[in-house]
Design a protein. Structure first.
Lengths: 288, 646
């Protein structure tokens, strides 16, 4: 918990504009073993409220770790994570869930397979609230959920009592996305949430993602494997390598960029010796 | 009908436990073995409180609390220390054994004279059969339990709990503290198990340290049976299936006994039945992820379901026909024959001797099975709930006399059987289990033969062979009331003799006996004197193995084990117990009121010496001892010497 003590000492003043402030985040997994991985090496990142940032990088670059660091699935070795001015470095994921919601890459991960569609939605509604032994899933709430499910345009409003396990991966992921925004979080984290879907479902989910984020002005961090997606989605694109942020492309810059420009950027970085030849090759393979 | 009503009631009482297993196994996906311990904990605490004159309902609340604490401990170990769930359960279950003994203060608490819930119910019984009255009261209770549990699963807390079990990652993302929720769930589950234990203890009339053994298996079997019979996604149906499964499981055992199955096969039957229901229900499952070949199976699913229903209906019909064919308790007066039900707890040497001599003596008195009477021999194979079901069957079959052999059987029999004579045999002390205050002042329908081991006489035998200063080593299981009682007798026999010191070692399973014996050998004992203790006697060879290298003689109370390497044995001849019991049965059958028949002590002693062992040890047995011996092993001409002496 050294990181936690460190965190308390570095509490700064809150700027209303800043939703997420990550400062000098370090994380090593399995320290002192052969499996030791220095996943984050002093990452700092700020996101304004309502900003939509896409995160790219090769496998093992630390982009998912950074996302999980915001979600709170692990506690950092050192450095701080602030959300809406609140230092949450020492809070676990379930304690951050009131402000932060997540959509996972695996469409089976975000929903409880043996429970019905409404029960899953109700779980999402209970996010950040205490669950008491009272019947909260009333007839009125069901109608609310029915209306919300209609937004997905997947005819799920007729299947409210069906068990989630009987839905397709695309439907489950769309529902997970709906569940993520249903209780109006401050921060939305998307971890390659379309990577496991077929192209049609992926397009559907991306479409929904755009709509929901625009409607709720959510501060969003998305990890993606698609260069095209990185360029199209979001205001900023942040590139990571070996646990560090190596580039931060602003909205203005992005508007003039093509996929090829991005690759050129990679090449430039290589010249500056921040990317090795094989890293570049790996990036090419993954993103093209 | 008694058999089925009794099974129904047991099913109801065990339903709380089954619900607990459902909660951990199905809702939390957590294989929780704690239930074997928490069931006993609930029974133990409820029994202790009831003896302290606490109202049974409050005792049940306490049973819930102690069960919940045990469950919370398991989950705490699992979630906070990252110990595997199965292992955490085993650890807590093992630890609970000691805790339960501490709660009870001894291994068995009789509740016969205490105000238990059946007594409270009986006080307001409008005149129905007591068991039927219990059923009538339990029905609305179970109905409420069903609806409330179903409703609970639909509340916000219930939904969060189910989500936590189903997908902990999703639950954490939705803000649920998974570790805490799991702890809450496992505690709740074991609380229910504790309540079940408290209820069963009151129903059967005693709490016993061993009564929780195998609870988890019963619970799992009931859950699986229930969910394969009632296949629905509805929560209420699922909860109902748990209760139904618990009842069906008890009915299954009752049915097997009814059809005259050997209770030894009950466990095998359980396993086969559970496997069959599992496989059959899978064949009925329609759905996702099946191959084309399999899907054809599921297309024909309605047919299979019909076949299944048909088979169930057929079975029910058969059972009904049987019920009508066997006139329960209404004997045909013209061909009146005596019906005797004999029940023993397990296949133990002494109990078998008692049983065989009982049968032999009954035959000699003119009661031969199939001739002038029916003798039904039943063996519970160590399973206490089965003892109750067998007794229900005896009552249903209209037995004229019920003969329980061994203490636990007698305890259950005097609690359950009020309307016909009970003649017990081979019970060490009938007074501590509430059968009576003295040999003449006892329960009006109960009589029998008893006797504790004459440890003073055994000590005399030891002293006549080994005089002078000596250290005696003994091993026993502190969880068994009889063993502890026997140790007190031994202490009494030694008291006042400064030359003799007793060094004890306690064990809890037969695998520990060898080590305990070794520890005593290390402490330089001069002889082993083993008080009667089922576990130690079953592992007698371990004691021999530890004693032999140091040439330490062994004395015990069971003459039958003398040939296995003991030097001397002194005990009651359990054939006498059987013979005396048979004579009491005859008197009862001839019309004497059990109330007027005093409890009898067995009177025939047996003394045995193994001369071969004496030779190995280099010891000489005084002629006086040999003359008193009724059995001598391994002597060349000792038999002749003995016969001459006699």
């Amino acid at each position: 918990m050294a990181g936690c003590r460190y965190a308390l000492a570095s509490m700064g003043q809150h700027d209303e504009e800043v939703m997420i402030r990550i400062t000098q985040l370090h994380k090593t997994f399995n320290p002192g073993t052969v499996n030791e991985v220095h996943a984050l090496r002093g990452v700092s990142l700020q996101m304004r409220a309502g900003e939509f940032v896409s995160l790219i990088g090769t496998n093992g670059s630390g982009k998912s770790t950074l996302l999980n660091g915001v979600a709170g699935t692990f506690l950092p070795d050192s450095g701080t994570v602030e959300i809406a001015g609140e230092d949450v470095s020492c809070r676990m994921d379930y304690q951050r869930a009131r402000h932060v919601s997540r959509v996972f890459q695996n469409p089976f991960m975000g929903t409880a397979a043996d429970m019905s569609v409404v029960e899953n939605l109700h779980m999402a509604y209970l996010r950040g609230k205490r669950s008491y032994p009272k019947v909260g899933l009333t007839r009125e709430r069901r109608e609310v959920y029915r209306e919300q499910v209609k937004l997905l345009e997947m005819q799920l409003e007729d299947r409210l009592d069906d068990v989630i396990g009987t839905l397709s991966g695309g439907q489950r992921q769309a529902l997970t996305l709906l569940m993520a925004i249903i209780s109006k979080p401050k921060v939305l984290l998307l971890d390659e949430h379309t990577a496991a879907l077929d192209p049609k479902s992926a397009a559907q989910v991306i479409h929904l993602t755009r709509r929901f984020i625009a409607a709720q002005q959510l501060t969003t961090l998305v990890v993606t494997h698609s260069m095209q997606q990185a360029l199209e989605l979001g205001d900023r694109t942040v590139m990571m390598n070996k646990g560090e942020i190596i580039d931060d492309i602003s909205r203005e810059e992005k508007q003039h960029l093509t996929v090829n420009d991005l690759l050129d950027k990679f090449a430039e970085l290589r010249k500056a010796e921040r990317l090795t030849e094989d890293m570049l090759e790996a990036l090419r393979r993954e993103y093209l | 009908m008694e058999l089925w009503i009794g099974a129904l009631n047991l099913g109801f009482l065990y339903a709380f436990m089954t619900m607990g297993v459902f909660l951990t196994f199905r809702v939390h996906d957590f294989p929780d073995i704690t239930v074997d311990g928490s069931f006993t904990s609930g029974a133990a605490l409820a029994a202790v409180l009831i003896v302290a004159k606490v109202h049974p309902l409050i005792a049940l609340l306490a049973a819930f609390a102690v069960g919940a604490a045990a469950g919370a401990a398991t989950s705490f170990i699992n979630t906070r220390f990252n110990v595997n769930g199965l292992l955490a359960g085993i650890l807590v279950m093992t630890g609970l054994y000691s805790i339960n003994l501490h709660i009870m203060g001894r291994s068995n608490i009789p509740l016969l004279d205490q105000a238990t819930f059946p007594d409270y119910l009986e006080a307001v019984n409008p005149g129905l059969h007591p068991e039927a009255w219990i059923t009538l009261i339990l029905l609305p209770v179970m109905l409420a339990f069903w609806l409330l549990t179903g409703l609970f699963f639909k509340t916000d807390l219930g939904i969060s709990m189910r989500a936590t079990g189903n997908n902990p990652i999703m639950a954490a993302a939705a803000g649920v503290d998974v570790a805490r929720m799991k702890t809450f769930g496992v505690a709740l589950a074991n609380g229910l198990v504790g309540v079940s234990g408290g209820l069963v203890a009151q129903y059967q009339g005693f709490a016993d340290i061993g009564m929780g053994m195998g609870t988890i298996v019963i619970g799992l079997a009931a859950v699986i049976i229930g969910e394969s019979l009632i296949r629905s996604r509805s929560l209420y149906a699922k909860v109902l299936s748990v209760i139904v499964g618990s009842i069906i499981f008890r009915m299954l055992i009752a049915g097997a006994l009814f059809l005259g199955m050997n209770p030894i096969d009950l466990k095998l039957l359980t396993a086969v039945f559970v496997l069959t229901t599992l496989v059959a229900s899978r064949a009925l499952t329609h759905g996702t992820g099946l191959t084309e070949d399999r899907r054809r199976w599921s297309l024909s699913q309605p047919i299979w379901r019909r076949i299944g229903l048909g088979a169930a209906a057929l079975l029910t019909a058969m059972v009904l026909v049987w019920t009508y064919r066997t006139p329960g308790g209404v004997p045909n007066p013209s061909s009146r024959t005596a019906k005797i039900g004999v029940l023993q707890i397990s296949d133990h040497g002494l109990l078998n001797i008692t049983r065989d001599s009982l049968i032999e003596e009954l035959a000699r008195l003119g009661y031969k099975n199939g001739d002038h009477c029916t003798i039904d021999l039943a063996n519970a194979n160590g399973d206490l709930p089965t003892v109750n079901t067998i007794l229900d069957k005896f009552i249903q079959d209209g037995m004229d006399v019920i003969v329980p052999i061994s203490t636990p059987c007698t305890q259950a029999a005097i609690n359950k059987v009020k309307d016909r004579p009970v003649v017990f045999a081979t019970v060490a002390n009938p007074f501590i289990i509430g059968a009576g205050r003295s040999a003449t002042d006892h329960l009006s329908n109960v009589t029998g033969v008893y006797g504790w081991v004459p440890m003073d006489k055994t000590m005399e035998l030891v002293r006549s062979i080994i005089p002078g200063r000596m250290r005696i080593g003994s091993i026993w299981d502190p969880a068994h009331a009889n063993s502890v009682f026997n140790v007190t007798l031994l202490e009494d026999a030694i008291r006042g003799n400064p030359d003799v010191t007793l060094i004890g070692a306690t064990i809890s399973s037969s695998s520990e006996v060898y080590q305990a014996a070794l520890s005593l050998v290390q402490k330089d004992i001069d002889a082993f004197l083993l008080v009667p203790d089922n576990i130690v006697y079953s592992a007698f060879e371990s004691v021999v193995k530890a004693a032999r290298p140091k040439h330490i003689p062994i004395f015990l109370s069971d003459v039958e084990r003398l040939g296995d390497g003991a030097l001397g044995a002194l005990g009651y001849d359990y054939t006498a117990s059987g013979i005396q019991a048979a004579r009491l049965v005859e008197r009862v059958l001839k019309g004497e009121n059990p109330r007027d028949i005093p409890f009898e002590r067995y009177h025939q002693l047996t003394v045995g010496i193994n001369l071969k062992v004496a030779k190995e040890l280099g010891m000489t047995i005084p002629q006086g001892v040999l003359e008193k011996a009724t059995r001598v092993y391994g002597g060349d001409n000792s038999r002749a010497v003995l016969d001459a002496a006699q």
